[in-house]
Structures are given as structure tokens and as C-alpha cells.
Design a protein around this ligand. Structure first.
Ligand SMILES: Cc1cc2nc3c(=O)[nH]c(=O)nc-3n(C[C@H](O)[C@H](O)[C@H](O)COP(=O)(O)OP(=O)(O)OC[C@H]3O[C@@H](n4cnc5c(N)ncnc54)[C@H](O)[C@@H]3O)c2cc1C
Length: 369
């Protein structure tokens, strides 16, 4: 019988799994090496979407993830961590436009909401964009997409779990797992504390392979870094996620904007001291691209630059659910965790409590790797 479950990691996945387990009546201890939300979930673009995600089961899982956010936000008063403002995207040239056209056709075929806007229609939604920065037409609009504030969501999920009896252990890394007779029995912490466990859920994000190794399992990962630029508060109207050719941006609370460009993700490097730094010229380039699009951004300065590490299993798809070889050890690891974690975490929690193998997780099993 599953009495006590240890969840390793308190990012969006760990918080979602903990909240779901607690709701289902389990006794849960969630352990983080640092502070909750201090991993990738604290350095993410956190766009909720299923835009061009393949194959079909992965698309469907993301759509269900978007719906889970919508539902939680409708249930919880003042849940203003969730922003469903839509997403605008357009291309730099004909080749890119052809890719975008195929993506829109593909998602429409799946029954996902998308439509094409003219420049005038896009300006109606985003009046502070410089019209010269937009094509005359061919602007894709995905109205049900949005973004979340992951740290605030994690705060809500953990606080409701703790108020229902969960224990939160922070700043105490897991240093080992002890198994006997094909089951994990104990979780060892750096402080010397040992937690006996009837089940363990690995929600360690980019460090998930290390935790799997403690359990004697090999989880192949191909993590990548991304650079996120947070501006100072600025009086510019940006109401949704924007994917322009050289800059992606979205609101970031209290008038701040969050800027990202895949073109500058490679500008993060490990310095001599072992810290991760970002080439300043790359930050300036992204900010200039943002200013070219929204001239009002000229008044903004860079408040912080963060580097996040995307937890990406080797084939790019999530690893979710029970490990066949070690049936009380469970995974909740993926990229796109901002979109997926509420829904996928709930499915993983159900399995951790002994439910039969959940059909929706069939395409995401550890064993396929
Ligand atoms: C640049 C960038 C952009 C992104 N954009 C999007 C996006 O637009 N949309 C989207 O859906 N997703 C996006 N993602 C991905 C998404 O942010 C992640 O999938 C998600 O945050 C992962 O959450 P997590 O809980 O798995 O990991 P984390 O948030 O990293 O949490 C893992 C936790 O485990 C803890 N931990 C690690 N090792 C140990 C240990 N030994 N003992 C105890 N605790 C441990 C860590 O301290 C950490 O708090 C992006 C990511 C990046 C980096």
C-alpha cells in the first residue's frame, strides 16, 4: 500500500505532482536541493501552447495541459498567474512563411484554434507595435495560447499541499536512494536525514538523469540552455505572447517584459569561476530587436538576465509515469513543462498511487528510451 510518497524537486512538475497527490489523500514529502522554483521553472519563457508539437499524442497532451491551467485559474480566486492573451507570430521571409503556413495548417487539422490576421488586425490587438515591423498580412494568431508566472503557480500549489499535510523540505539535496527487492525504500538527503518511501517521483528537471542514476536507471537527456532578458517596468502596451522574427517577448508583470531569441541562446557560457554568463552584445541585440518592434521599449533597461536549462529527454518527448524495472519509481520530466506539468503531473500522481498504467502516458514511457 502506498502510504508515503517522496517527490524530488519543487519546480512546476514537483509542485503539480505534490498538489495532486495531496488532493488524492496521500502523505507527501517534497524535497528540493534549493528553494522551490529556483530551477528551470524560475528561468523560462513559460508560453502555454501546443503550436506545432508532434506527434499527435504529444500535441494532445499539451492541449490538455493548456486546459488544466484554464480550469485551475477558473477554480482559484485571484489566480492571476495565468494569462490567456493569445500569441502572434509572423515570418521574416518566404521560406519561414512557408514553414509557418504548414504549422498553421497542421494545427487547424488537429482542431486547434488559429487564424491569419492582416497588419491592421494585428495592430488592433497590439497597438504599440511599429507598423513597419509587421508584414501587410500573413500574421498567425493563436487565441487560446498564453503564458504563466511559474513561481506564483508553484507557490499556490505548494502552499495548498502544505495546508493539507504535505511536508516541504528545501535546501537539502537528495544524495542517494536505497533499493531492496526491486523497490526504492529510502531517500537519503545531504543533511543526513533519511526518508522512508513507498514511492518516489523524480521531478528534478535538468538533474533528473542524476536522480535516475541513484535508482540504477539510465535516463538519456540532451538539455540545452536558453537566455532570458527581463526589462525594467516600461509604459508600453504588450498584452500577449509575440513571436517576431528576431525577438520573442511577453509581459512579465508590473510593466516588465521578458525577451528571448533562439538566435542568442548560444551566447550563454561557463566562465572561469564556473558561473554561467551571457555575452553582453547578445543581450543588446535582443533588446534592440525588441525596441525596433515596440519603439516605446526605448525607455526600458535590462533588469536581469537569466539562463535556464531546458530538461530535454534524448528524443525530445516527455518521460512520464512508472518505471517498469522499478515499479515504485516514477518520472515527471520534460521540456514544455510550463504547459504540461499541471495535467501530466496529475496523471503521474494517479499512477504513483497505484492506478493502472494510464493510457494517456503510453507514448511517454521511460522504457522507449
Ligand atoms: C529558456 C527556456 C524557455 C522555455 N520556454 C518554455 C515555454 O515557453 N513553454 C513551456 O511550456 N516550457 C518552456 N520551457 C521549459 C519549462 O520551463 C521546463 O520544462 C519546466 O520549467 C521544468 O520544470 P521542472 O519542475 O521539471 O524542473 P525545475 O524547475 O528545474 O525543477 C527541478 C527542481 O529539482 C531540484 N533538484 C535538482 N536536483 C535535486 C536533488 N538532487 N535533490 C533535490 N532537488 C533537486 C532543483 O533544485 C529544482 O528546483 C523553457 C525552458 C527554458 C530554459
Amino acid at each position: 500500500m502506498v502510504e508515503h510518497i517522496v517527490v524530488i524537486g519543487a519546480g512546476v512538475y514537483g509542485a503539480a505532482v505534490t498538489a495532486s497527490l495531496t488532493r488524492r489523500g496521500a502523505r507527501v514529502t517534497v524535497v528540493d536541493a534549493g528553494a522551490p522554483g529556483s530551477g528551470t521553472s524560475g528561468a523560462t519563457f513559460s508560453w502555454t501552447n501546443s503550436c506545432g508539437k508532434q506527434p499527435r499524442p504529444y500535441h494532445d497532451l499539451n492541449v490538455a495541459g493548456m486546459q488544466a491551467h484554464r480550469q485551475l485559474a477558473a477554480e482559484v480566486p485571484h489566480s492571476d498567474w495565468y494569462h490567456e492573451g493569445g500569441n502572434l507570430e509572423w515570418a521574416a521571409d518566404d521560406a519561414e512563411h512557408e514553414e509557418l503556413r504548414k504549422k498553421v495548417a497542421g494545427v487547424l487539422d488537429y482542431g486547434y484554434e488559429a487564424r491569419w490576421l492582416s497588419r491592421a488586425e494585428a495592430l488592433h490587438l497590439e497597438p504599440d507595435i511599429d507598423p513597419a515591423g509587421l508584414p501587410a498580412d500573413g500574421i498567425a494568431y493563436f487565441p487560446r495560447e498564453g503564458w504563466i508566472e511559474p513561481t506564483r503557480l508553484i507557490g499556490h500549489l505548494l502552499s495548498s499541499a502544505v495546508s493539507h499535510g504535505a511536508e516541504l523540505v528545501h535546501d537539502d539535496p537528495v544524495t542517494g536512494l536505497d533499493s531492496t527487492a526491486g523497490l526504492v525504500r529510502t531517500v537519503r538527503l545531504a543533511s543526513g536525514r533519511q526518508l522512508s518511501a513507498d514511492a518516489v517521483v523524480n521531478c528534478a528537471g535538468p538533474q533528473a538523469a542524476r536522480i535516475a542514476e541513484f535508482a540504477g536507471l539510465v535516463l538519456p537527456m540532451r538539455n540545452t540552455r536558453g537566455v532570458l532578458i527581463h526589462t525594467s517596468p516600461v509604459a508600453v502596451s504588450v498584452s500577449r505572447v509575440i513571436h517576431a522574427p528576431h525577438v520573442h517577448l511577453r509581459p512579465d508583470g508590473a510593466g516588465r517584459l521578458l525577451l528571448h531569441s533562439p538566435e542568442t541562446d548560444g551566447a550563454a557560457y561557463v566562465s572561469d569561476t564556473g558561473d554561467i554568463s551571457v555575452e553582453p552584445s547578445a543581450v543588446t541585440r535582443v533588446l534592440e530587436a525588441g525596441r525596433a518592434l515596440y519603439p516605446g521599449l526605448r525607455a526600458a533597461t535590462v533588469e536581469s538576465v537569466r539562463v535556464g536549462e531546458r530538461p530535454i529527454p534524448s528524443d525530445g518527448l516527455p518521460v512520464l509515469g512508472r518505471a517498469v524495472e522499478l515499479p515504485n519509481f516514477h518520472f515527471a520530466v520534460s521540456h514544455s513543462g510550463a504547459t504540461l506539468s499541471l495535467h501530466a503531473g496529475d496523471l503521474v500522481a494517479a499512477e504513483a498511487l497505484g492506478e493502472d498504467r494510464v493510457e494517456a502516458l503510453a507514448a511517454f514511457r521511460f522504457e522507449r528510451l
